[in-house]
Structure formats: C-alpha cells, structure tokens
Design a protein around this ligand. Structure first.
Ligand SMILES: *Cc1c(COP(=O)(O)O)cnc(C)c1O
Length: 364
C-alpha cells in the first residue's frame, strides 16, 4: 500500500474541544464543515457526539449527512438555506439555521414549514461579508417573530480579525453587535477560535470554534495547549545522490550546492501537500528535522537527507502533525493552516482514539 496517510487522533480532538469549552464557558458548537477541515466529518462527529453541545456546518447537505448517521445534537447551518426546499428540510430535521440575508427572511415568511425553525440572525458588525446591518437587526427580528415560523431566535456575528490579539476592529465589532441586539431576547454566539483564545469580551452563550479543534493555533507564536489532530505522513521510497551542481525536479528549482543525498517521498500536491512550499520547508524524517528540496510534484516530493545518514528507504516522513506544525508549513507556503488541512485528500485516512482504529482506503 502506498504509505501516504493522514493519521487522525480523535483523543486530541476531544482534548481540544474540552479546552475550547473550558476557556470560553457556556456551550460550544464544534465546527465540522468542509469534511471537518479535512479530518473526516462522521469520524469527528462521532468522536464528539457524547459531549458536544452542538455542531456547525456550512450548509444543508453537510448537516443531512450527520442526521443520516444518527447524530441528533443541534446542528447549525452557518450559511443558512439556499432555497425553500432546503428550508423545509432544515425544519423537518430540526436543524438550526443562520439567517443573514433578506431573501432568507422572505423565504421563511412564505414557506409552509413542517415544524418551527430555530434561527440565528447574523449581524454584520463590520466584516461586511454576510449579515444584516446593525440598524436592520431589530426589524428583521420582528419580521421573523411575526411570521410565526420560528421558535427561537438567536443572534450571531463573525469577526474579521479575531486572530490578531491587538486588533481594535474586533473590540469595535463586539460593541456594534451589542448595540444592535440590545434588549432583544435570545442567545448570542460570537466567538470563533481566534476570539475564544484572544477576546474574552466575545464570550457569550455559545462559541463556534473550528480550527482550534484540529489543533492548529490561530494565533501564531502562542501556545494554548492545543494538540495536533492530523499527522500527514509518508515514507522515503527511494534515495539518490546528487553531485554539486545537479538540478532536482521540475524547473530545476533546486540545484545541489554540495553533494546531496535526496530522499523521494510518496506525497504530492494531489494529496493536498502545497505545491507552493519552497525549498527548506520543514519536514521530519525518522523523527529528525529535515527540509523539503525541489518543487513538489503531483505524487512525490523530495527531501534533503544529506545530514541524516541513518535515514533511507522506508524512513517515516512527517509533513505536518505532532512534530511539524501545520502553521509553519502554511506560513512557508504562503497560506493558512485551514487551507492545508481542508485540502488533504487521496491519502489513506486512519482514525485512532475511538476504540479500534478505522481505515478508509485512499480515494474513498
Ligand atoms: C468556519 C466558521 C467558524 C469557525 O472559525 P475558526 O476560525 O475555524 O474557529 C465560525 N463561524 C463561522 C460563521 C464560520 O464560517
């Protein structure tokens, strides 16, 4: 079997969830949209099922997959519904829906629903991506209540810069949100991972952490005790010696500055490892620090083994995980941990920490 795999530590996931709840207090939606940030939605939902207060996903299909698997906890649709058919299904399955646009309000007003819907009015407190302007919130709330179609109406907002611990913009978003919802009844939900860790003022009834559940700290350079959940790993499958001046790989991006021992690793950008990773991006070979050299190809990449004489064919290679921070790889590659984790595919997934390890073959 090709040795490329993503090892998912479900105990670490539970640890991180508990930490999020301990820091924030109140109740916590585990955000498991986008295949649980690449970690496997159902495995992650099942691992958290006995303790999560609720789950959050982006849209209906992600939620229906959870209901079909027997997850009965509250599930929040962060983008809300896209049409009336979705609205009816959301009500039928007891899903909670964000309402961020007036077209969704009109849909609710007109729909014949099988059950009242629990909604969360999304306030645009300054990110200017989705949500109602502060001045419109009270009227939207009134329309939803008068419609008779909703049972509980909460209020949420999302921060643009929560991962910057000194951004005045976040304090301002909190102020705008509080002013827009003053004296309106209903639960509040503000904090994503960055806000949980950096913005105590954003703590309300509910939080919505995503990335911190997977152990990638959104505040670079800080250590909040999160544990990496995914280890992306493979093995050295061939070794080659280059002479000084020999080129390596596509575009000859790397040219050996000295006699260089190169390890070929079964992992490429088709598996989700970023092609934008430059020479010297950190990896670990047989538990020791090493670096990527040469351009990442679709199925393979190359690492420098010159200073690791004991490493050779069969040596394990960690691309990110417990030893190599996904944040460091993301920074080197000019992106963020979120994108790297979401993009992992084609490798074998192995989930550990929920009884027996379960394995899904590549391309499942
Ligand atoms: C994805 C998402 C989250 C989770 O954000 P993290 O930064 O991963 O914690 C929270 N709220 C909304 C609206 C989201 O779309």
């Amino acid at each position: 079997m090709r040795p490329a795999r993503a090892l998912i530590d479900l105990n670490a996931l539970r640890h991180n969830y508990r930490l999020a709840r301990q820091i924030h207090g109140g109740r916590v939606f585990a955000v498991i949209k986008a295949n649980a940030y690449g970690h496997g939605t159902l495995a992650c939902a099942r691992a958290l099922a006995s303790e999560a207060d609720g789950f959050a996903v982006a849209f209906l299909d992600e939620a229906l997959a959870l209901r079909a698997a027997g997850i009965g906890a509250p599930i929040l649709l962060l983008e809300g519904v896209f049409d009336v058919d979705e609205l009816i299904l959301a009500a039928r399955h007891g899903l909670w829906s964000a309402v961020h646009h007036v077209a969704q309000v009109e849909m609710i007003e007109k729909a014949v629903l099988p059950a009242p819907l629990r909604v969360w009015i999304k306030v645009n407190s300054g990110m200017n991506r989705a949500g109602f302007l502060p001045g419109a919130v009270r009227l939207i709330w009134k329309r939803l209540v008068i419609s008779g179609k909703v049972k509980d109406c909460g209020f949420m907002t999302h921060f643009a810069r929560a991962d910057e611990s000194d951004a005045a913009a976040t304090a301002e978003q909190i102020r705008v949100f509080d002013a827009a919802t003053r004296n309106l009844p209903g639960e509040r939900c503000l904090a994503n991972s960055g806000a949980i860790l950096a913005w105590p003022d954003a703590r309300r009834d509910w939080a919505r952490p995503g990335i911190m559940l997977y152990g990638a700290d959104p505040l670079p350079g800080e250590d909040h005790g999160l544990q990496a959940v995914m280890t992306l790993e493979s093995r050295v499958v061939a070794v080659r010696d280059l002479a000084s001046g020999d080129p390596l790989g596509y575009g000859a991006r790397f040219v050996a500055p000295r006699p260089t021992r190169v390890g070929l690793v079964a992992m490429g950008y088709a598996d989700g490892y970023p092609r934008s990773a430059p020479d010297r991006t950190p990896v670990a070979v047989a538990g020791k620090a090493a670096v990527l050299i040469g351009r990442v190809s679709m199925d393979m990449l190359t690492v420098d083994l010159t200073d690791l004489p004991d490493a050779g064919i069969g040596s394990p290679v960690e691309l990110w995980g417990k030893r190599i921070s996904v944040n460091d790889v993301a920074q080197a590659a000019g992106t963020i941990s979120y994108e790297l984790l979401c993009n992992v595919k084609r490798v074998n997934f192995v989930w550990e920490g929920q009884g027996k390890a379960t394995v899904s073959p590549a391309a499942a």
